[in-house]
Write a protein that binds this ligand. Structure first.
Ligand code: IPM
Ligand code: MG
Length: 448
């Protein structure tokens, strides 16, 4: 009772103060004319608002346009077609797109290795390679587009793409500040799943990351707003269908690979609306997979737990929004020997693109060291490509050969300069290792 009274008192006190503030205005308004006059002066009075008006209006218009486009995208996702069936395709067209800096050198080496492994399929016409020119920073800068139109047309004629790293300009660079070619390709071809495996057998690390690839802060990364000199706004986009498809891809992988846990990583305690939707969606999808445990972690503690030897071995399949996935997979790759050792698959229902997860290293080209660039990460991307188009056994062999050459036996070592092997010599070493009938046994001797 006492409590209720105090509450009422406080409430009426509040009301009083409120009225007290308004009262003089009412009191002075003796005639309706006067009131009207006063009201109109009141409306015109607040000057600062008037100067903000156009900026706010422009921002609101910009925002409305973005929302409409995203709603249209949601509509398209809901009516998505099914997955490409590579078994039915003939030929499967593999596009090789060199990119910038060391990209053309390392993708040429990756292509050599893939051609070697697919020699029978090339001869029978089941698989064919196609070179796609023009995705260079010079060309992109000239047409001021992240992907020149003609290149996009060529890309869309392929079924899968092996892509070298591309230079991403940023403010202050000699290039126009165009969107990253990577990000544009992921969006244009709707490559929504960025799949990044990391394995360190001696530490019992065997993770596979399913990074959402088309949404989050990346979706509108080039369409943020600068309002005056002092306010900048970017937009984080998470959609239900976008979350559903990446989470389902992670669970499907877990199911097929016999994994028992999927870990969802967000910051849903703070980024409540978008990350909240991602997490909620994941928890709903998880119910469809009763045999697989689903746990959730926040990104901050997850970055810490990846270095905790007791905890980290418990993670198996991880699924997370775009930016957290970008950051966490760089950290994860470090355990395996750095981003140079990891490949990535960018998978959509219709197209797929495979790449190294490192950059274009223009300095190596400037210093005349491009031939010494390490092609391992690109070749790992190639292994994922093989598996994706229906050759998982060839992919497994290639991974074993890469482990032997790059991590264990190391008969040739890449140093990035003439103190080490060239990318071509290293690729020959990988192919010689692939040709060894005792490959698996050789690999087991190291891995145990
Ligand atoms: C990656 C890269 C890209 C990204 C860059 C080059 C735009 O860091 O593939 O992880 O942020 O996604
Ligand atoms: Mg990255």
């Amino acid at each position: 009772m006492a409590k209720a009274k105090t509450k009422r008192k406080a409430a009426s006190g509040k009301a009083k103060t409120h009225r007290a503030k308004k009262a003089p205005v009412r009191g002075r308004a003796a005639s309706t004319k006067k009131t009207a006059a006063r009201r109109s002066t009141q409306k015109a009075a607040p000057k600062p608002k008037a100067t903000l008006g156009p900026a706010v209006e422009k921002a609101a218009k910009h925002f409305a346009g973005l929302v409409q486009k995203q709603l249209d995208r949601v509509g398209r996702m809901k009516h998505d077609e099914g997955w490409t069936d590579y078994a039915k395709l003939s030929p499967i067209i593999i596009g090789v797109c060199g990119g910038d800096g060391i990209g053309p050198m390392i993708s040429a080496q990756a292509q050599r290795v893939l051609e070697y492994l697919l020699s029978v399929e090339r001869a029978t016409g089941k698989v064919t390679f196609r070179t796609i020119e023009g995705l260079t920073i010079e060309r992109r800068a000239k047409v001021r587009k992240p992907i020149p139109d003609d290149v996009l047309v060529e890309l869309k004629k392929c079924h899968v793409i092996l892509k070298g790293p591309t230079t991403t300009p940023r403010k202050g660079d000699p290039w126009p500040n165009i969107e990253s070619a990577n990000v544009a390709m992921r969006k244009e071809l709707d490559l929504f799943a960025n799949v990044r495996p990391v394995k360190v057998p001696e530490h019992r690390i065997d993770w596979i990351f399913f990074r959402e690839n088309t949404e989050d802060l990346y979706a509108l990364g080039s369409e943020g707003l600068e309002i005056g000199k002092d306010l900048a706004v970017d937009f984080k986009i998470i959609t239900r269908p976008g979350s559903e498809r990446i989470v389902r891809a992670a669970f499907e992988h877990a199911r097929k690979a016999g994994r028992t846990r999927v870990t969802v990583v967000t910051k849903a305690n703070v980024v409540k609306t978008t990350d909240g939707l991602f997490l909620r969606t994941a928890q709903e999808i998880a119910k469809e997979y009763p045999g697989i445990e689903c746990d959730d972690w926040y990104i901050d503690i997850m970055t810490a737990k990846l270095v905790d030897p007791k905890r980290r071995t418990q993670f198996q399949v991880l699924v997370l929004p775009n930016l957290y996935g970008d950051i966490l997979t760089d950290e994860a790759a470090e355990f395996q020997g750095g981003v140079g050792t990891a490949g990535a698959a960018n998978i959509g229902k219709r197209y797929a693109m495979f790449e190294a997860i490192h950059g274009s290293a223009p300095r190596m080209v400037d210093e005349g060291r491009a031939d010494y660039a390490d092609p391992c990460s690109m070749i790992r991307g190639g292994a994922m490509l093989l598996s994706h188009i229906g050759y998982p056994e060839k992919a497994r062999k290639l991974e074993m050969a890469l482990d032997i050459c790059g991590q264990y036996e190391k008969r040739l070592v890449m140093t990035g300069r003439d103190t080490g092997a060239t990318g071509a010599a290293f690729s020959d070493y990988v192919m010689d290792t692939l040709a060894d009938p005792g490959l698996e046994q050789r690999w087991r001797e190291y891995v145990g």
